[in-house]
Design a protein around this ligand. Structure first.
Ligand SMILES: *Cc1c(COP(=O)(O)O)cnc(C)c1O
Length: 349
């Protein structure tokens, strides 16, 4: 079964061989305070920065999931107010989890067809972290890099935190446009679930050290103290980090990966335009995600399509939440192969 689910999704073909290598190299029983682990952590961070174009002065932390990263941001960076700009379920969940830790969290929902306009944004106070879901996996929309850059320009001293869980490693992100980026590896990285990444700018760390919240095993200042020694505050997903290192070593630079994502996205878009029984859920092309395609159809058509796909060996993504009865989703993640995409298109045609 080839999984087109937008996470967990198809893993890279080489993953089974890498797991074997990890076993042979003794990684699976490696102590996380050992020199070997520290070297691996350092190398993984170096590869991530190089391949994804993350500024050298940003820091990267290993977590267990994107959800954990949401809570780290709430605990260690938000303290009082945060503004959550979202058009879908993941952004809303981030708001909801933050609100339970920091009651000052403020929801600023917007229509999924709408392009965010930083000039029109009214943020109450001079303080407060801006939280944005760059790629909203639930409804297949995205906030463009131009919008993020414009937001950065208008709010140079605010902390901007971005959930890029379903776009990091698939789309060329301009890391300088925000202070905190979070993701997990079961989407565009093409890896098994259980590892999250938190990327922080010097400005974000400065703020975290000013607040100096240290009540939790995953308080950001503590994570930073540990990462200065290439270590983590708890026993991490050592195999996950190893697999990430191997995949990052093999992958092309994000500029090239982005081009591939874009070409395949355009292939899907024109294919969809030629369908009569289904269409892209999002009418505004300017906000369509490059990595998650939400497709709207009648419940009957969806049932037919799903069973046809399953028979041909393809798993489609369910619609998310309220959209479940009337949509399904297709991942456009780098680990999927061209012939699999063509196979799925043929099956659905
Ligand atoms: C999948 C996803 C998450 C949750 O990721 P976990 O690794 O399960 O915590 C958060 N945000 C977005 C946008 C996602 O797509």
């Amino acid at each position: 079964m080839v999984s087109f689910y937008p996470g967990p999704s198809r893993v890279h073909d080489d993953v089974p061989a890498y797991v074997k290598d990890a076993y042979k190299e003794g990684i699976l029983s490696q102590n996380h305070r050992s020199d070997a682990f520290m070297k691996m952590a350092e190398k993984t961070v170096r590869l991530l920065k190089h391949k994804l174009d993350i500024p050298q002065n940003y820091k990267i932390y290993f977590t267990s999931s994107a959800t954990e990263c949401w809570e780290i941001v709430a605990q260690s960076v938000v303290t009082q107010v945060s503004y959550h700009l979202f058009s879908g379920a993941f952004g809303e969940k981030w708001y909801d989890y933050t609100r339970r830790i920091r009651p000052g969290a403020t929801a600023m929902p917007f229509d999924r067809e709408a392009e965010l306009n930083p000039a029109k944004l009214k943020l109450g106070r001079s303080k407060g972290v801006i939280c944005i879901t760059q790629n909203e996996t639930s409804n297949g929309t995205q906030v463009s890099m131009d919008t993020l850059k414009a937001l950065r320009k208008r709010h140079p001293s605010r902390i901007i935190a971005v959930d890029a869980t379903s776009s990091m490693a698939g789309v060329d992100l301009d890391f300088k446009a925000a202070d905190i980026w979070l993701a997990s590896v079961q989407k565009c990285f093409g890896l098994p679930a259980g590892l999250g990444l938190l990327v922080c700018s010097p400005q974000a760390l400065k703020e975290a050290f000013k607040i100096n919240e240290r009540n939790h095993y995953n308080s950001l200042p503590f994570l930073n103290d540990m990462m200065n020694k290439w270590q983590t505050s708890c026993t991490p997903n050592v195999l996950g980090i190893y697999l990430l290192m191997r995949v990052m070593k093999d992958t092309k630079h994000i500029g090239d990966v982005h081009k591939k994502t874009m070409q395949r996205y355009q292939l899907w878009e024109s294919w969809l335009e030629s369908r009569s029984n289904m269409h892209h859920l999002i009418k505004n092309k300017a906000v369509r995600s490059l990595t998650v395609l939400p497709i709207e159809a009648t419940p009957d058509a969806i049932a037919t399509v799903k069973s046809k796909a399953a028979k041909a060996g393809f798993l489609l993504g369910e619609g998310y939440g309220d959209l479940k009865p009337t949509t399904f989703r297709i991942a456009n993640f780098p680990a999927l192969k061209k012939k699999e995409i063509e196979g799925l298109m043929k099956t659905l045609s």
